[in-house]
Design a protein around this ligand. Structure first.
Ligand SMILES: Cc1cc2nc3c(=O)[nH]c(=O)nc-3n(C[C@H](O)[C@H](O)[C@H](O)COP(=O)(O)O)c2cc1C
Length: 220
């Protein structure tokens, strides 16, 4: 797939088919992502892929914590507030997605259900977790973002869907404990990955973008 087309047609997938992605293809996708640039070529990324029984167990653990009302303690804190123009875009996206599904995504009950769907990896056969050493600073989080985008584009080029999920780091400490990852690592992001279920209306939704003139300034 041509690069510009790949970037412009990738979108978050929130319902997956159950059939697993062959291990050699997942490895190829991760290998492609490794060609992302990073600060001083530090390549500060470590990748964990959970599948099968282990993924089901992890889903169960996260849903149990949610049901118990455990407060999220993500390794990267959630934003407390947003500048008005970004908040407007968030609200518009939530409103449009909610309208498509016929639900109010801001109601506490739906929010909880939506979190549980996140914790079920939206039905994907695999969950990917990105880690790095917690002594690393913001530049390495930036690098993780580049890695994540390359990974999602490489997957898309193979006809494989992904969704990046901040919610998947809500219970960072418990996830590390479950996976046997030392607490000295920072859990940066979770990504569900698998073949998209294009029959499901949730995957027909396409987000919009601000007009380029609104975010671009020229000085000549
Ligand atoms: C860092 C990050 C965290 C995200 N967290 C979640 C999440 O927890 N759950 C979810 O369903 N989508 C999540 N998303 C997906 C965004 O909602 C999505 O990228 C955005 O609405 C734009 O839509 P698109 O990916 O289809 O272009 C996240 C995206 C990013 C980049």
């Amino acid at each position: 797939m041509e690069a510009v087309e790949c970037i412009k047609t990738r979108k978050s997938i929130r319902k997956f088919r159950h059939d697993p992605v062959p291990k050699n293809i997942l490895t190829e996708i991760i290998n492609t992502a490794q060609w992302s640039p990073s600060y001083k070529n530090s390549q500060p990324w470590e990748v964990v892929i959970v599948s099968g029984k282990k993924k089901e167990e992890l889903s169960g653990l996260l849903i149990k914590l949610l049901e118990e009302g455990k407060a999220p303690e993500p390794d990267i804190p959630e934003a407390i507030s947003w500048p008005p123009e970004t908040e407007e875009r968030i609200n518009e996206t939530m409103k449009k997605r909610g309208a498509l599904l016929g639900i109010d995504l801001n109601s506490p009950e739906i929010k909880k259900k939506s979190k549980a769907a996140n914790f079920r990896f939206y039905g994907a056969p695999h969950g990917i977790f990105l880690f790095h050493d917690s002594s690393l600073n913001e530049w390495s989080i930036f690098d993780a973002g580049l890695f994540a985008q390359s990974l999602m584009l490489a997957a898309h080029a193979h006809g494989i869907g992904t969704v990046p999920q901040g919610f998947l780091i809500d219970y960072s400490s418990e996830i590390k404990q479950f996976l046997g990852i030392p607490d000295s690592k920072r859990l940066v992001l979770g990504i569900s990955i698998g073949y998209p279920d294009m029959e499901n209306p949730i995957n027909t939704y396409r987000t919009t973008r601000a007009e380029t003139e609104k975010i671009l300034r020229w000085f000549e």
